[in-house]
Each structure stands twice: as structure tokens, then as C-alpha cells.
Design a protein around this ligand. Sequence first.
Ligand code: G3H
Length: 521
Amino acid sequence: EGEVFKYYADGEWKTSSSGKSVPIINPTTRKTQYRVQACTQEEVNKVMELAKVAQKSWAKTPLWKRAELLHKAAAILKEHKHPIAECLVKEIAKPAKDAVSEVVRSGDLVSYCAEEGVRILGEGKFLVSDSFPGNERTKYCLTSKIVPKFREANIQRTFAAWFLKIPLGLVLAIPPFNYPVNLAVSKIAPALIAGNSLVLKPPTQGAVAALHMVYCFHLAGFPKGLISCVTGKGSEIGDFLTMHPGVNCISFTGGDTGIAISKKAGMIPLQMELGGKDACIVLEDADVDLAAANIVKGGFSYRQIFCPCFTFFLHLVNNLGNLPHNGQRCTAVKVVLVMESVADTLVEKVNAKVAKLTVGPPEDDCDITPVVTESSANFIEGLVKDAKEKGATFCQEYRREGNLIWPLLLDHVRPDMRIAWEEPFGPVLPVIRINSVEEGIHHCNASNFGLQGCVFTKDINKAILISDAMETGTVQINSAPARGPDHFPFQGIKDSGIGSQGITNSINMMTKMKSTVINLP
Ligand code: G3H
């Protein structure tokens, strides 16, 4: 049952020698939709070997040529948006329109990355020794990168020997199920523009969409072996990949597995985006309508919530990357901390918007679609039951059919409830009523996560003070948390991650410094 897809190595599509495949269960039908190859450790060794060889000549390929290939891949990716989106709908139940947006956003990300790579890898610096105390002018340090003006000459010249930033080597990219295409290209494109080779291990749910995305890179004509995509069981190739001596950098987005990877990986740069418990602090002077709209957008979905005159604005926001997905985003609003004096009004407004959310299959483009797996749905249900037993107020009736969970706002949540701290990754949102700003900040900072947070107030001075006090990678003032636009820095602290993403940061992170000094006689 389910069409079987091949993995990608050495510029070809291959069947694993294991003779085994891994099923991908459609979250809506709960039946096997597709199958992918269960690659072996020997096959992983082979792709690593090929990637090592391909990287050597790729690093010498002129920057403008690397950029040109990325632009080509981006265009092909956009041309393939519908078939890729169809996979996203079937594999992760992403609403149809959002699935298309994910692919378009990915194409834009790849193009921007190509442009940014030319900019930041193409500049140079010339240092002289006597600008530092105690030195004569006897040393010149040329820290130049590939100079784009030599494009016509078709070769790297002049300062090509003095790279400021050289590639790390082989980058291992492990994206999550909720953005198997976008969070794959956010790793692939910076790695490639910087002159690295790339091995991709997609999530099982989303693997076929990722393979199709890799097909677009294949069509663009990247050299054989430079990009590979291995699929399979984490238990067979997970640790093997992340602990592989050939890997020079790991870029991972996902859950707790990232913490385990960071403990096992060698002395290599790690870029990790893990979970979040993004808090939304609502003060007494907040624009409560704005806060309610963002809580629904950030926690569940936002379509059909605003008046029609906002449609164009929403289209822009959508393309800026704030895609709703049942709360299945690391940047979703995951706890509302509202001042008691405005809590009733806020809860009422949020409830009115929740009532308008459509619930159903992703093919119908519903706001709320099934969560990714039955075990996710069971986990969410466990949090809901715990909150019920401990006295939370259910603003809607709890309803579940298979993996489909209706949106639920839980009011009067207290810190002794699991949902106050744990990340449901689903359409259930706790509200904790607070009596002081300090109480809200304290709750936010007591979390083991520190990805993003947001604060709603009309007092910008207060907002900045609160932002400074919140221990998170980013604080959004008067808007829901979001990763995008994709060139913005994006980082988590504590259990939410290591390093910073965003196009520029990723390119820099996937390179290392190298200087050459000319010594005068
Ligand atoms: O789920 C994790 C993503 O990085 C969130 O991205 O804010 O664009 O939805 P997003």
C-alpha cells in the first residue's frame, strides 16, 4: 500500500539495498499514503564519501555560478509548487493554500540566499598592522572573498587565495515535519552558496515533499553528489548520520531530539531550532482587538477572521511566512498571560474568532486540519485532560475525531497544570490570568524554552522594558511570534536552540574564517 519513492544520491534516484521501506501515514485518512526507502548505514557512508569529493570542486566554483544555479532551482521549485503542495497536504495535512505558500516562500528564500551570498561572500577587507598599538606597518592582511566583478572573467582571480569565509565542508540538514520544504531549503541554500556540500535527512512525514524539492535542485543541474537525500528510520540511520565523522556542521529543526544530537555530535558547528512555549503577554492598555486577532492567528489560524478590506494585508503577511498550521509551529503562541482586568474582554474576543475557524480536511483548505500523527493527538489530549482534572475552564467543548482536534481555548489555567509549561503542538491554547507584569515575565522566564514571545501594549517604553526582561531569542511588540521574513535573525535560547538562523546568519554560520597575511621584509 502506498507509492514507493526512491532516495537521491550521486545525482540519481536509487532503491535501498535494505529492500525495506518506511510508510508515511496520511494524517487525515490515517492510511499509508506513500513509502520511502529505508536507507542503510552503508548507503549513508556512500553519500558522505560522494559529498566530500563533490564539495572540493564546488568550493572552487565561482560564487556567481553557485548563485546562478540556486536561482534556477528557486524558479523550478516555484514551477513545481502544486505537486509539492499536494504532497504536503497528504503527508502533513497542511491546508492546501498554505502548502502552496510554503513552496513559494521556499523559492523566494533560495533566491534571496543566492543574492545575499554574493553580497556577503563577495566583499573583502585589507588590514594593516600599524593600526594596532605597538606594531610597525610591516604586515598586510588581505581578508578578501570572491570578488563578483570578475564574473565576466569566469574565474576567481586576484584575491581568490584570501578567503575571509571559507566553507565548512559537508552540512547535514535535518528539517522538521511542519515545514519539510521550507525548513529544508533554509539549510540547503546557505550551505550551497557558501560552497558546502549537503546531505538532507527529511522527516518521515514530509519526506516525499522534500524529495520532490530535491528533484527541483536536480533539474537545476547541481553537480553529482553535491546534494543527497537519504530517507529512513531514525533508529537505523539517525545517530549514524549525526555522529558521522564526515559531517562538518549540523543544521537541525525539531524537538527534543536536537538536545540529544547536541550531546552526541562532535566538535562541529551546530544550528538548532527546537521547541518553544511562546508567551503572549497582554497588558491593561493593550489594543485588545489586535491582541485577540494575533492570538488566534498565532495560536490557531487567521483566515476568515478579519474584515475583507484586510485581505491584501493578509496576503502579504501570509507571504512573509507566518503560516498558520493548527498550532503546529515552534513559533505559535503557546500561552497567553493576560492582566486580570482585561482578561474577560480578551477571552470573549478570542472565542468569537475561534468560533469562525473552519475545521476539516486540508484538501478543503480548512483553518484547522488533523495534527500530524495519532501519537501527537494523544499527547495533546493528555494535556487537555490534565487541565480539565485540575480545574481549567474550557471555552469550547473538547472534540476530537481521529487526528482532528477542534480548536480549544482553556481559561483560568494555573501553573500546576502541564499545559502551562508543555508544548502541545496542536490547536489548544491556555490562558493564564496575571495580576502584574512581573508575574507574566516570571512565568515566561521560568520556562525551559526561550524561542520567541510577544507583548501587547500601547506604551512602547513599557514594551521595550518587557522585551529586555523576557528571556527569549526574539520578542514581537504588538504582533504574534513568527520566524519570517526569512532574512530576519531567528534564534532560541535555553532548550529552544543553539545559534541563530535567518539567511545571512545561516550563510555566515556555514563558513569559517581564514586569513592570509603578507609579511614585508
Ligand atoms: O516551526 C518552526 C518554524 O521555524 C516556524 O516558522 O514562524 O514561519 O511559522 P514560522
